[in-house]
Design a protein around this ligand. Structure first.
Ligand SMILES: Cc1cc2nc3c(=O)[nH]c(=O)nc-3n(C[C@H](O)[C@H](O)[C@H](O)COP(=O)(O)OP(=O)(O)OC[C@H]3O[C@@H](n4cnc5c(N)ncnc54)[C@H](O)[C@@H]3O)c2cc1C
Length: 388
């Protein structure tokens, strides 16, 4: 695969990396993506894309493909874990479409990745390339891979997730922090739990402490129900999309929850388990010819369901900053990109840690109404009402 100092390299073909690749190519750049995996595998879970993320995908032209398998939740409902009291209800679906220009969609991560991969030339994705060392200089960046090969590019985007090696090369080594929280993920056929109300909605059961919750939403166009439950647990440190957990343990963790929430757990045959890690907001994401986006820049807890959404927004805004920009001017454009995105992403990162968002209702506009295709370039993108 040929690269040169006029190529933009991206490390990581996750959601953020692929959106950036498509958008930067559309902005006229020669782009190559380096991905450590030898092939795209169907791992991961269902992912909740809120209107801000869906609108960004629609602008990229990937929304139609994403809608083929996605479900479209009717509402976003908050309930108290033991009494079942409903503490907030936001209309989504058509209402969200009218208010924000896009609905909320829930989709399997692999289906979203497949829809993105379709829109970028396969020959521009170098699989089996695990970046190991990164050496920037005035004219470009040299990446050395674990297979002994190397590549030279004019600019490099680190979209390589929470353990980002690009981040380490730019700002030094610092490990993500284990939060003391684990997450269980399970899928049950909707017909098996047909008696449970609101199966077409995104429902969050707020637990006795901020780390405990059960979230449920439809997937596969409503044929299945996805269950995402978190709880404090400091004995399990394994971060994995595929590690099995125990269904009995899952049910034990939530015995105090309302019968309608427990009915869903009772219907699970299998469950996956992962430990949750995060980092603090960073003071900078760009340096010279390199910049970070997505989890490489701002890994966050999943409590606002915004990790992928923020990665998608970053990638779109990055492409707008680099649109028509010559390689010599890329460092300044990357700094402008950082300025445009860092405040919003950091606020969502901290809000996710606090886990209180929309518990009692409130205005979701500062997150959902953001338009990555129209947000001001080079200026703080966060609306003043964000703090409200
Ligand atoms: C349990 C859980 C549930 C979640 N639910 C939601 C949700 O409902 N909604 C939402 O918006 N977000 C959610 N998130 C967050 C979301 O998954 C992430 O924020 C999102 O995947 C980040 O995308 P990314 O492209 O930045 O990073 P990643 O998805 O981590 O992709 C990074 C890519 O880089 C590759 N890579 C890593 N290192 C190297 C290297 N050295 N060389 C080459 N390639 C490399 C990896 O193989 C991977 O393909 C959830 C997260 C978790 C843990």
């Amino acid at each position: 695969m040929k690269t040169s100092e006029s190529t933009i390299g991206i490390v990581g073909a996750g959601i953020g990396g692929l959106v950036a690749a498509i958008a930067l190519r559309r902005a006229g750049h020669d782009v190559i993506v380096f991905e450590q995996a030898k092939q795209f595998a169907r791992v991961g879970a269902d992912i909740n894309l809120t209107p801000n993320a869906v609108r960004a995908l629609d602008g990229l032209g990937v929304g139609e493909a994403a809608r083929v398998t996605a479900a479209r939740p009717s509402h976003r409902i908050s309930r108290t874990y033991d009494t079942g009291e409903e503490t907030s209800r936001l209309e989504m679906a058509d209402s969200a479409e009218q208010r924000y220009g896009a609905p909320q969609l829930t989709i399997h991560r692999a289906d979203l990745l497949a829809a993105l991969a379709e829109m970028f030339p396969a020959e521009q994705v170098a699989l089996g390339k695990r970046a190991e060392t990164i050496a920037p200089d005035e004219k470009g960046v040299t990446i050395a891979f674990t297979d002994g090969t190397s590549a030279r590019v004019g600019a490099l985007i680190g979209a390589d997730g929470i353990h980002s090696c690009v981040r380490t090369a730019m700002f030094g080594a610092e490990s993500p922090r284990f939060t003391g929280i684990v997450a269980y993920r399970a899928v049950v056929p909707a017909e098996r739990v047909a008696g449970v109300p609101n199966l077409g909605a995104f429902t969050k059961w707020w637990g006795p402490n901020p780390q405990s919750q059960i979230v449920t939403f439809p997937l596969n166009r409503g044929k299945d129900i996805f269950i995402f439950a978190t709880t404090p647990q400091d004995t399990w440190h394994l971060e994995s999309w595929t590690a099995p957990g125990s269904v009995d343990e899952l049910r034990e963790q939530y015995v105090a929850y309302h019968p309608e929430a427990r009915a869903l757990l009772d219907a699970c045959d299998t469950v996956l388990k992962t430990a949750l890690y995060e980092r603090d907001p960073m003071p900078a994401w760009a340096q010279g010819r390199m910049a970070l986006l997505g989890d490489a820049a701002h890994p966050m807890l999943p409590f606002m369901a915004q990790g992928a959404g923020m990665a998608i927004e970053d990638a779109v805004v990055l492409s707008r900053h680099l649109d028509g920009v010559a390689m010599a001017d890329v460092p300044a454009a990357l700094k402008d990109f950082e300025r445009a995105r860092i405040e919003r992403a950091s606020q969502v990162q901290l809000g996710s840690r606090g886990n209180n968002w929309l518990r009692e209702g409130g205005n979701a506009d500062w997150v959902y109404a953001y338009d990555a295709w129209a947000a001001p370039l080079g200026a703080p993108a966060l609306a003043a009402e964000a703090a409200a």
